[in-house]
Design a protein around this ligand. Structure first.
Ligand code: AP5
Length: 214
């Protein structure tokens, strides 16, 4: 099963993708995570990506499309994948269709996580991630069971993203509405678009997704 999770920054795409990975034995393909790995490598390309990401803008379509195409070819995607953060522009959505046809694959579900922009700044500025296993947490909404210790791997080191500040979030939300939201219509026309209430509690959002995915 292959699916796309759509929604603005902070909608809960990553949070839910990590859960669906386990319950449906499919892999999360987050273009944001892939870009952050290149940034962490310290390469010249990584420095270019970092400048764009810190501004809240989007990395060029060509780079992203090539990156996701080679990732889908890897063995761990054979059972299915969750696209998280891709496609983000109409050219990316069109390129995905061509790419999947060539690979004889298809997307079964596109799910929009409907949220209020106003709540997204608090979600994003409170987010942090386990440095050991990348499990996601929030200062208020998703705390580890024991404070300062990751539930999944037990380490006590956490990181926060450079672009998770209020100013950059507003630019990212603007980029979403200008460049990504128009794709929703593209998928509605194809008849594979569904939506869930992303403002609900995290567990209830998972229930809504599982009801769609079966
Ligand atoms: P990316 O990493 O994709 O970030 P994003 O789309 O801005 O999404 P986020 O990761 O911020 O949000 P999320 O929906 O995953 O929320 P999460 O589950 O963590 O992209 C970063 C940058 O990379 C872009 O700005 C761009 O520059 C570049 N980029 C990436 N892809 C690209 C592409 N295809 N083309 C071009 N450029 C690209 O949740 C957030 C917090 O809220 C968490 O702390 C969580 O615990 C909490 N939370 C989640 N759900 C709930 C809930 N239901 N109730 C309460 N709290 C919740």
């Amino acid at each position: 099963m292959n699916l796309i999770l759509m929604g603005p920054p902070g909608a809960g795409k990553g949070t839910q993708a990590q859960r669906l990975e386990k319950t449906h034995s499919i892999v999360q393909l987050s273009t944001g995570d892939m870009l952050r790995a290149v940034v962490a490598s310290g390469s010249d390309l990584g420095k270019q990506f970092k400048d764009v990401m810190d501004s809240g803008g989007l990395v060029s379509d060509d780079m992203i499309i090539a990156m996701i195409s080679s990732r889908i070819d890897q063995d761990d995607c054979k059972n299915g994948f969750i696209l998280d953060g891709f496609p983000r522009t109409t050219p990316q959505a069109e390129a995905l269709d061509v790419m999947l046809e060539e690979k004889q694959l298809k997307i079964e579900h596109v799910i929009e996580m409907k949220v209020d922009d106003d709540a997204m700044v608090a979600r994003i500025t409170g987010r942090y991630t386990c440095a050991g296993c990348s499990a996601g947490y929030h200062d208020e909404f998703q705390k580890p069971e024991t404070e300062g210790v990751c539930d999944q791997c037990g380490t006590g080191e956490f990181t926060r993203r450079d672009d998770d500040n209020a100013e950059t979030v507003r630019s990212r939300l603007q980029a979403y509405h200008d460049q990504t939201a128009p794709i929703l219509g593209y998928y509605k026309e194809k008849g594979i678009m569904k939506s869930v209430d992303g403002m609900a509690a995290i567990d209830y959002v998972t229930d809504q997704l599982n009801a769609i995915l079966g």
